[in-house]
Design a protein around this ligand. Structure first.
Ligand SMILES: Nc1nc2c(c(=O)[nH]1)N[C@H]1C(S)=C(S)[C@@H](COP(=O)(O)OP(=O)(O)OC[C@H]3O[C@@H](n4cnc5c(=O)[nH]c(N)nc54)[C@H](O)[C@@H]3O)O[C@H]1N2
Ligand SMILES: Nc1nc2c(c(=O)[nH]1)N[C@H]1C(S)=C(S)[C@@H](COP(=O)(O)OP(=O)(O)OC[C@H]3O[C@@H](n4cnc5c(=O)[nH]c(N)nc54)[C@H](O)[C@@H]3O)O[C@H]1N2
Ligand code: SF4
Ligand SMILES: [Mo]
Length: 658
């Protein structure tokens, strides 16, 4: 059999190039050695993806609920039922009676057609804001006028690299060779993280910061830079707006107070400030964990400002790298023009509570590219909202917890069973994923499912193309410049509009054209009550829920995908474990004001003593760790503040004993 080019569609910054081959033993994938970004290796999630494609866990046929189980139905029945549910909802409530829940379960260009379908109905109820990166994203838009990072290949020009709340060894593995190359060339690597994560093993210096206090840390570092005169004044004069306001804010963070808030000692603060001011260029790689707090947007703004005043933006080897939006507007959009559409939207974090009191009510849910009963916060409320809806449809290729609790399941083709184009917000590459094999059973490409449904609802004029034609249409503007489908089929293309160094021309896309440390727009969006850090709870709250609950991502899984069914694990610092008379392997009850679960104790020096860590994505009895987490919004971008929650620990069977 022949090996063909494919690409990883998972919600991962790396976007690996694959070579894929169907064999007697199932689908085999390997990395593409010629790829200068992903350099030939793929991670265990990429291999798990290929294994899943040829595994018996696949959904083969449309399934309709029958009591506690499902029965197999034919596609024409499935389409008829789906169309009938849509018609009934439109007649009884109108388009807002339909919830379309989607996220980024697949990065393919064609996957946007799900949204087009619901737009064609006039605009339904849909999520807004973000489950992921929204607070930091909006922060960078306010500061720089857009979210743009330098290429990974520019990193080895840095003299200092700060992994700020980011664990690339786990969540962005192909960045590691670039970091190690920089280190070999003499760059100093620093990690700032409440957990001594895997990447911390590779760094020269690790700072353990109290969760939720990075904003204060950045302001405290700026305090030292300002008072020592370690600024880049020519850069600030030319390119930065709002230094006076910022200096006022910074005044409140002298080293001793900053140390009290953040847990980072004054000497370490001073050493880091000196490095930022003198060991330039400095590249800051921002993770998304530090913005999953109610003050997350403000935190990223404080870090952006620190880079700005030290002149670490727009230069080779420098920058605050969060993601990039270079592809924006470069492809033809597969969505409908928004004029004339009237969708209703709810912030991701608060969909469940809004559904429960929605007027008009939501009767029909359709879930694509996501697994909300596990991944959305406030799972008990989500389950209640889910059960309150008359009919639920899930499109997926495996039986997720959300699918298990649906009424109709439509089986879709995986990335290996149809063609698509992958272009994402970290990689500079545009890649073509070729069809490797036919879908198993009766699974179908998602675009085909929506095209068929559109036909049955008289919406065919909105779905005139085949998958191939949609791809040709999407890349029309690129094809005019030479990036044709034929060219992409030969191998990945470095998007011609992506530069090595972000903001190199110093022309920021803010209203003033400068980096805006303060602005009327930011003040309006942030409103009053801006918190530079998450204040410690009151004594009475602390006595009930003393620990911060962190739920970061796991190496071998991608959220709820590829999880091993091994129950929840709660990672505790030895001091915390000892305080509760807990040993490795014991069972512990973890409780918040929103829910509780039982986990197996893992004792680890890597954990911040005041925190409990339970990786996200795992499930037990239909729900994940998000049963413990409220649907709180961040200060910017309507993002979800997953990590802003406190918990208590108890030995199962013990009453009260904390
Ligand atoms: N293996 C794997 N890789 C993935 C994913 C996955 O599920 N599995 N998911 C992908 C997706 S969708 C995303 S969004 C990215 C996310 O990638 P990252 O941003 O690297 O990781 P997260 O796990 O989201 O964020 C948690 C990190 O932030 C740290 N952190 C938590 N609170 C704080 C704090 O207050 N301050 C600081 N400084 N650090 C803090 C945590 O210890 C952890 O290292 O990863 C992508 N890559
Ligand atoms: N507690 C806590 N919760 C979190 C986070 C955290 O750090 N802590 N992280 C958050 C983050 S960063 C994110 S991005 C979200 C992720 O939230 P989700 O996107 O809901 O997470 P996944 O489990 O990856 O679910 C994606 C689903 O899409 C399916 N899928 C794959 N390809 C396709 C396709 O082509 N079409 C359709 N219809 N389905 C497809 C997959 O099989 C899978 O079931 O979770 C958030 N939840
Ligand atoms: S999950 Fe990420 S690192 Fe792993 S194969 Fe896919 S793109 Fe590569
Ligand atoms: Mo994410």
């Amino acid at each position: 059999m022949v090996e063909v080019r494919s690409a990883c569609p998972l919600n991962c910054p790396d976007s690996c190039a694959f070579w894929a081959e169907p064999t007697e033993q199932g689908l085999k994938v390997r990395g593409d050695k010629e790829n200068r970004i992903t350099r030939g290796f793929i991670c265990e999630k990429g291999r798990a993806l290929a294994n899943q494609a040829s595994s018996p866990e696949r959904l083969y046929f449309p399934l309709l609920r029958e009591g506690q189980t499902f029965k197999r139905i034919r596609w024409d029945e499935a389409y008829a039922r789906f169309a009938q549910e849509i018609r009934q909802t439109l007649a009884e409530v109108g388009p807002w009676g339909i919830l379309h829940h989607y996220d980024y379960g697949h990065n393919g260009v064609l996957r946007a057609l799900d949204r087009r379908f619901f737009q064609a109905l006039g605009g339904v109820t849909e999520p807004r804001g973000s489950m992921c990166w929204g607070a930091g994203y909006r922060a960078q838009e306010l500061d720089f006028g857009g979210v743009y990072s330098s290429s990974w290949t520019d990193l080895p020009h840095a003299k200092t690299i700060v992994l700020w709340g980011k664990d690339p060894a786990v969540t962005h593995p192909h960045l590691m060779p670039f970091l190690l190359e920089a280190k070999a060339k003499g760059a100093r690597l620093i990690a700032i993280n409440p957990l001594k994560v895997k990447s911390a093993k590779f760094v020269d210096e690790y700072l353990q910061v109290r969760p939720g206090t990075d904003g204060a840390l950045a302001l405290g570092l700026a305090h030292i830079l300002l008072s020592e005169g370690w600024l880049d004044l020519p850069f600030v004069r030319e390119r930065v707006l709002g230094l006076e306001d910022y200096a006022q804010r910074v005044k409140a963070y002298p080293p001793e107070r900053t140390a009290d808030i953040t847990g980072v000692a004054p000497a370490a603060l001073r050493a880091l400030a000196r490095t930022l001011g003198h060991e330039k260029p400095v590249s800051i790689l921002l993770g998304y964990g530090l913005q999953r707090y109610t003050n997350g947007g403000n935190t990223v703004r404080a870090i952006d400002a620190l880079a700005a005043v030290s002149g670490n933006v727009g230069r080779s080897g420098a920058g605050v790298h969060y993601a990039h939006q270079y592809h924006r507007g470069r492809f033809n959009s597969l969505l409908l023009p928004t004029e004339g559409l009237h969708p209703r939207s709810f912030p991701h974090a608060q969909i469940a509570e809004n559904i429960l009191r929605a007027d008009p009510p939501v009767q029909l849910a359709v879930v694509t590219r996501s697994n909300p009963l596990v991944q959305q916060p406030d799972s008990y409320l989500w389950r209640e909202a889910w059960q309150s809806m008359r009919f639920k449809v899930v499109l997926d290729w495996v039986m997720t917890e959300t699918a298990r609790q649906a009424d109709l399941i439509l089986p879709i083709a995986s990335v290996f069973e149809d063609e698509d184009i992958i272009a994402t917000s970290w990689s500079p590459l545009i890649q073509y994923a070729q069809k490797v094999m036919d879908p198993p059973g009766e699974a179908k490409p998602e675009w085909e499912i929506f095209t068929e449904c559109a036909k049955r609802l008289g919406l065919d004029s909105h779905f005139p193309y085949s998958g191939r034609e949609w791809l040709e249409y999407a890349i029309e503007p690129l094809a005019a410049e030479g990036t044709t489908l034929e060219r992409l089929q030969e191998g990945p293309v470095w998007a011609p509009y992506i530069p090595e160094v972000a903001w190199a021309d110093g022309q920021f896309l803010t209203p003033s054209g400068k980096i805006e440390l303060s602005s009327a727009l930011a003040a309006k969006e942030l409103g009053d009550g801006v918190a530079d850090y998450v204040p410690l709870q009151s004594e009475s709250e602390l006595s009930v829920f003393p620990y911060l609950l962190l739920t970061p991502h796991l190496g071998k899984a991608l959220h709820s995908q590829f999880q091993e069914d091994e129950g929840f694990k709660a990672f505790l610092h030895p001091q915390t474990a000892a305080k509760h008379y807990l040993w490795q392997g014991d069972r512990v009850l973890v409780e918040t004001a929103w829910g509780k679960l039982t986990a197996v104790v893992q004792v680890s020096e890597a954990i911040y003593p005041e925190a409990v860590m339970i990786p996200e994505g795992n499930t037990e009895q239909g729900l994940g760790v998000n049963r413990l987490i409220p649907g709180r919004l961040s200060d910017l971008g309507e993002s979800t503040a997953y990590y802003d929650v406190r918990c208590a620990l108890r030995k199962p069977g013990m009453v009260g004993g904390k």
